[in-house]
Design a protein around this ligand. Structure first.
Ligand code: SER
Length: 325
């Protein structure tokens, strides 16, 4: 397959946690007008709106996707629209519809328009209780127990199918929990690792919905954005995998995160009230082996627990101080 250049990019889910920061970085790299941000109903913030084009679409309604693809001459899609794990358990049908039928619409549109490349995010949620939980290998058992997880397994398989069957260049990463300071995540199990920072800065206390000894793989947003774009820019001839790259940057328990935050905010306290998300967290890996991504496209994260914690606190404290002024 000959690698073509990405020219006009569509980002779905651009108002979401990853989509919002990814759109801004893509605009920086490829030009503001060449990156179309789209969302379903949440209003975009001013930064997103003022820096380039924005449209409302619904990926479950194919015509809305085709319309913007046509209008903006799109050749590359980052399909960041998704229903995450916790909301997926409350609204399984919606999760199926967006993550499966919506993705199918994206793939069909990309295939019909002979697009250059498509990014389809996957997740650590593809794994389940039968998977080895420590240093989870690239090739292993995929028997998730959540609706979100099973839609992500299907998404990986569908992407690989389009690659093999139709020569469509689809790529994807199994994201771990993503920690960020710009747009809060919505409806995931790993959201506690973001909420804790906002609460530490604002209230000096947090009630966590998973237990203190819960360990999950995580990544800071700058690494997530870099990894995503690096994979999309990688030379196709180097890739043996396509839609299912294991990826991680760090693993920590909530207790370790609390201790790290306390180094900066000593009066911070955390208590624990586990809810239904505990069972989801317990079915996911504690740590991930991402050596295949390192080998095939040079993945290497920059942030670990101490540097991520410092960066998050610096950014949030600065933002709240500016609001007070
Ligand atoms: N962050 C996601 C969730 O918790 C996992 O991909 O649902």
């Amino acid at each position: 397959m000959v690698q073509k250049r990405m020219k006009n990019i569509l980002v779905t889910g651009a108002v979401g946690q990853i989509g919002s920061e990814l759109t801004m970085e893509l605009r920086k790299r490829y030009g503001n007008d060449n990156v179309l941000a789209t969302g379903r109903k949440t209003k975009p913030n001013k930064t997103l709106l003022d820096s380039g084009p924005f449209e409302f679409i619904d990926i479950t309604v194919r015509e809305t996707v085709e319309k913007v693809v046509d209008e903006y001459d799109i050749d590359t899609i980052y399909n960041m629209a998704a229903i995450l794990s916790a909301v997926g358990e409350e609204k399984p049908l919606l999760c199926w519809n967006v993550n499966i039928n919506g993705l199918y619409n994206i793939m069909e549109t990309a295939h019909e328009c002979e697009m250059t490349r498509v990014f389809v995010p996957s997740s650590i949620a593809v794994f389940g209780p039968e998977t080895p939980r420590d240093n989870t290998p690239q090739e292993t058992v995929l028997k998730p127990k959540t609706m979100y997880g099973l839609t992500k397994v299907a998404g990986e398989l569908l992407g690989d199918y389009y690659f093999k069957r139709f020569n469509l260049d689809v790529r994807g990463i199994r994201y771990p929990g993503i920690i960020s300071s710009e747009t809060p995540p919505g409806g995931g199990t790993t959201d506690y690792a973001v909420e804790i920072f906002y609460e530490a800065v604002n209230n000096k206390k947090y009630t966590c919905f998973v237990k203190e000894d819960t360990v999950l793989p995580m990544m800071h947003m700058p690494d997530c954005i870099k990894g995503t774009i690096d994979l999309m820019e990688a030379d196709i001839s180097r890739l043996k995998h396509h839609c299912d790259f294991n990826l991680t940057a760090m693993s920590f328990s909530v207790g370790q995160l609390v201790d790290e935050i306390r180094k900066h905010i000593p009066e911070f306290t955390c208590n624990y009230k586990p809810d239904f998300r505990q069972a989801i967290a317990d079915s996911w890996p504690r740590s991930i082996d991402d050596s295949v991504a390192r080998e095939e496209w040079g993945w290497k994260p920059e942030y670990d627990l101490p540097t991520m914690t410092k960066d998050m606190l610096d950014k949030l404290i600065k933002r709240y101080e500016e609001v007070k002024l």
